[in-house]
Design a protein around this ligand. Structure first.
Ligand code: ZN
Length: 142
């Protein structure tokens, strides 16, 4: 299986069998994020304890890329501090811009499957939706 095929498989799996597409108990933060250009609409929920993301989930609808991207993001976020989560968002941004290093890419784990999106400008907003919503939750403007 080549890399492109593997990436497609990862995206499919997160889209068809998302691990985190459900509300969570006692969310600390919940925020709606929309991407009008595609019709993607998600609500992200995070539960924080002492600045660590201990649980997260999402609800909503949208294209396969937007939904898989949020699900993969949540896999990465659970167990991370707010600072670490924002650092990952920066790496994801760099991946989309095509300026990411191999070392950084490894930190994105399965989310690296969205690497090719950098060559598809129309889909970039779909891939960024979850990350953008997360940054906004933490008070960062995009
Ligand atoms: Zn979309």
């Amino acid at each position: 299986m080549d890399t492109k095929e593997l990436y497609r498989e990862i995206l499919n799996e997160h889209n068809i069998n998302p691990s985190h597409k459900e509300p969570i108990d006692n969310a600390t933060l919940s925020l709606n994020g929309v991407n009008p250009s595609c019709g993607d609409n998600i609500t992200l929920h995070l539960k924080l304890e002492n600045d660590v993301i201990v649980d997260a989930g999402f609800e909503g609808d949208g294209c396969a890329i937007s939904q898989a991207s949020v699900d993969m993001m949540i896999d990465l976020l659970i167990g991370k501090t707010k600072t670490e989560a924002l650092a990952l968002a920066e790496i994801f941004d760099n991946m989309i811009k095509g300026t990411v290093t191999e070392e950084q890419l490894e930190q994105l784990d399965e989310a690296a499957a969205l690497q090719d999106i950098s060559h598809m400008p129309a889909r970039v907003k779909c891939a960024m939706l979850g990350w953008r919503t997360m940054k906004e939750m933490f008070g960062l403007k995009n």
